[in-house]
Design a protein around this ligand. Structure first.
Ligand code: FAQ
Length: 332
């Protein structure tokens, strides 16, 4: 069915699977959820830790471009809404780190890998938010792309990830609407405001398309992840759905999608569009995007600034443990 997908390294045919692996695959094929203490292939566990961990990192790094605008939101109402949204992203990070921890990895270890550049976070957050219209574009396009990717993940095969996604998707749809609402105001505003909305659209369109990952022919993990139902759709399928959903929304706003090749295709019943510049995508995920250094620097600083607090909590926990042990000893 997915002839265009590259074979993921380590993907096994049925003949190559052990009896446990066959039984596991049959559970997946029946649509059963896999729960934390149950047997799973090591590759399944590692893939989940990678994907859920990177997803969690994306949520907390994703707070930075918008957090930057909380103090400069144009009205009290916009400020309250943005504050709530940015706090939601922290909550999403926490559910996802907790889901990853059920696979036997510690949160400290995941954060260490983020800080040392050994785990990724979404490419999109390495682009700057230059003005208020960018906050509209982030909500509309970035959260819109995130939802398109995450709604199917509610049906992912790993129980804790799937349940985290259900809650996250509810909140993401509010985020997308708040972004579109900002864009509606800007696009219907003064000529300067409309120009800001168009400029934000021009800068965020292709980075939003990149959020779905490389094209299927370069997606090294898709084939295996789809066999295990960790992923439900290919990167290109979701990108196409996102374009089809977003083009009419842009037209309603009176904004132009920055793609000369954008054209309705009667035959496929979908929009033809230009691929993003993949060399830019690979440069960004290799650490060379416009804001990679700033974003990672902010996360590392937050981690280091919080060290005294974590140390204090640990010292308190150790003292409390020692007191409990002494009281128990005295009672014996
Ligand atoms: N950015 O073989 P594939 C959000 C990497 S949440 C960076 O296709 P896969 C909420 C990929 O990791 C946004 N790296 O990989 C919010 C792999 O490298 P690795 C995050 C990317 O995993 C909104 C390599 O390229 N959402 O925005 C990207 O099968 C507003 C090969 O790629 C999720 O994480 C990328 N865009 O498919 C927060 C959703 N794309 O790991 C604040 C869950 C690919 O071997 C404000 N994740 N790479 O070193 C997924 O669905 C998948 O992991 C994909 C990638 C689709 C992202």
């Amino acid at each position: 069915m997915y002839a265009q997908l590259v074979k993921s390294e380590g993907t096994k045919s049925r003949e190559e699977m052990s009896p446990e692996e066959i039984a596991f695959q049959e559970r997946i094929d029946r649509g059963e959820k896999i729960e934390p203490k149950e047997w799973m292939p090591e590759g399944y566990r590692k893939t989940l830790i990678r994907q859920i961990g990177q997803h969690a990192h994306s949520e907390i790094v994703g707070q930075l471009p918008e957090g930057n605008w909380i103090t400069r939101a144009p009205t009290l109402e916009r400020k309250a809404i943005l504050l709530a949204k940015v706090q939601d992203e922290a909550g999403h990070g926490l559910y996802l780190y907790s889901a990853a921890e059920t696979l036997g990895v510690s949160r400290d270890d995941l954060l260490d890998k983020l800080h040392s550049g050994n785990m990724k976070y979404s490419s999109i957050f390495n682009y700057p938010t230059l003005n208020w219209a960018d906050i509209g574009a982030v909500g509309w396009l970035v959260d819109g792309a995130a939802i398109m990717n995450q709604v199917p993940l509610q049906r992912t095969s790993y129980g804790p990830y799937s349940r985290a996604m259900i809650r996250i998707c509810k909140e993401e749809s509010f985020h997308q609407r708040q972004g579109y609402d900002i864009m509606m105001k800007m696009a219907a505003g003064t000529p300067e405001q409309k120009a800001m909305a168009q400029d934000a659209m021009n800068r965020f369109w292709y980075p939003a398309l990149m959020m779905f990952g490389p094209s299927d022919k370069d997606s090294v993990h898709s084939a295996q992840s789809m066999q295990w139902k960790i992923k439900i759709n290919t990167n290109d399928e979701l990108r196409q759905k996102f374009v089809d959903q977003t083009v009419p929304q842009a037209h309603y706003l009176g904004l132009t999608i920055p793609d000369e090749n954008l054209k309705w295709n009667e035959e496929t019943g979908a929009w033809d569009f230009s691929e993003p510049d993949w060399s830019e995508f690979f440069a960004v995920i290799a650490g060379n995007g416009p804001c990679n250094e700033e974003r990672l620097g902010a996360r590392v600083k937050a981690w280091e600034d919080g060290e005294w607090f974590r140390d204090g909590l640990m010292a308190h926990a150790k003292k409390a443990d020692a007191r409990r042990a002494a009281a128990k000893h005295a009672a014996e």
